[in-house]
Design a protein around this ligand. Structure first.
Ligand code: KG4
Ligand code: ZN
Length: 355
């Protein structure tokens, strides 16, 4: 079936996401309503190692994907996929190659079996699209065609100039660690549980965000780039009571909630400053903050306050759309379907694919 057939009526797409450590499937309709969204996390499998083990991720996807797809179809009331579905979409790039391959193989098999178009979705396009879905869910006006999207996740931290769903260009990126990676590494060095983002946020409760002045790397340097390796090292030195490399113990070490709150404050400050710089540079009046780190409460608060002061509309998806999910993949796929951006059974999984 070609995309040209897809014109009227409410259509349904099954989305599949296995690029990292969440096995997810969802059914979304052409009005962007989420009919079902099932996410099975692998946090327990990877927790003993303090990070994602690619081989374990692929094996867990392999075990879990079939029941997750079945549940997503059941919850959406789809008993006859060949008759009721209009396409099968899958994250095919970027991500862990073994993990991606599990999803791509399953999607190819189902698309072939049911005689449906197959759509390969870029994971970050999915994250960006989650902002459009968030506006729809919250019954807010649709996002304008042009907006700035900041993707902050465990593997990516970048700013995009969005002009249309398929016209996206990167205007800033991290030069080293992703923001989520910084949360995960800081959590590990503070002895907090993996994944680090939620643990640091919990530990920061009641802490003083001004207790320690952690560095705001590259803030105000005129670029839209980030660097998070310095702040991670600064937290390490602080915990050791050192002033710098090889320094002696010269300082009082702040209490854990103060360290965590100060770390969050520094990260939120840099992310917000760069996002607002990007809006100014591109002339955008709407900012979307997406990806796992967008779940951070302090980041949300700082973003809300400073975008309001500048008259910029802020859209941050609800938590379940911020972290990896398949609803954003199925939702994004509609944009590709109308543009006839449909794959065939030669669709590849691609580990590295910058937008
Ligand atoms: O988007 P995501 O689910 O997966 C990737 O595509 O990477 O993002 C996962 C990242 C992890 O680094 C996790 O620590 C971080 O998002 N994260 C948070 C919070 N919840 C998840 N970071 C800060 N605060 C949170 N509440
Ligand atoms: Zn992601």
């Amino acid at each position: 079936m070609s995309a040209g057939v897809w014109v009227t009526g409410t259509r349904l797409i099954l989305g599949i996401e296995t690029s990292c450590d969440e096995t997810a499937a969802a059914v979304v309709d052409s009005t962007q309503q989420i009919r079902s969204s099932v996410v099975r996390t692998q946090v327990k499998e990877h927790a003993p190692y303090g990070g994602i083990v690619p081989e374990l991720a692929a094996r867990a996807h392999d075990r879990n994907l079939q029941p997750v797809i079945r549940q997503a179809l059941d919850e959406a009331g789809i008993s006859d996929p060949a008759a009721q579905l209009d396409a099968v979409a899958v994250t095919n790039r970027p991500g862990l190659i073994g993990a991606l391959l599990v999803g791509v193989s399953a999607a190819k098999t189902l698309a072939w079996l049911w005689g449906k178009p197959l759509i390969g979705v870029h994971h970050l396009q999915g994250h960006i699209h989650s902002a459009r879905m968030a506006a729809r869910i919250a019954d807010e006006p649709p996002l304008p065609d042009q907006f700035v999207a900041m993707v902050v996740s465990g593997g990516h931290t970048a700013i995009y100039d969005v002009r249309a769903p398929l016209a996206v260009s990167r205007i800033g990126t991290t030069r080293d660690d992703a923001a989520g990676e910084a949360f995960d590494k800081v959590a590990a060095l503070l002895g907090l549980d993996y994944p680090g983002g939620p643990s640091v946020q919990r530990a920061a409760a009641g802490g003083n965000p001004k207790a320690v002045r952690f560095p705001r790397s590259l803030k105000g340097d005129g670029s839209l780039d980030f660097s998070f390796s310095g702040i991670k090292t600064a937290v390490l030195y602080h915990v050791r009571g050192q002033d710098g490399v090889g320094g002696s113990r010269t300082r009082e070490v702040a209490a854990l909630p103060d360290i965590c709150a100060s770390f969050e404050e520094a990260v939120a400050d840099v992310l917000t400053s760069k996002a607002l710089d990007a809006c100014e540079r591109t002339g955008a009046t709407c900012l979307a903050v997406v990806g796992g780190v967008a779940a951070n409460a302090r980041l949300r608060a700082v973003m809300a306050e400073r975008t309001a002061a500048r008259g910029v509309r802020l859209v941050v998806p609800p938590l379940r759309l911020c972290t990896d999910n398949a609803a954003m993949i199925a939702g994004m796929a509609f944009n590709q379907l109308v543009a006839d951006d449909v794959a065939d059974l030669s669709l590849d999984a691609i580990a590295r694919a910058p937008i």
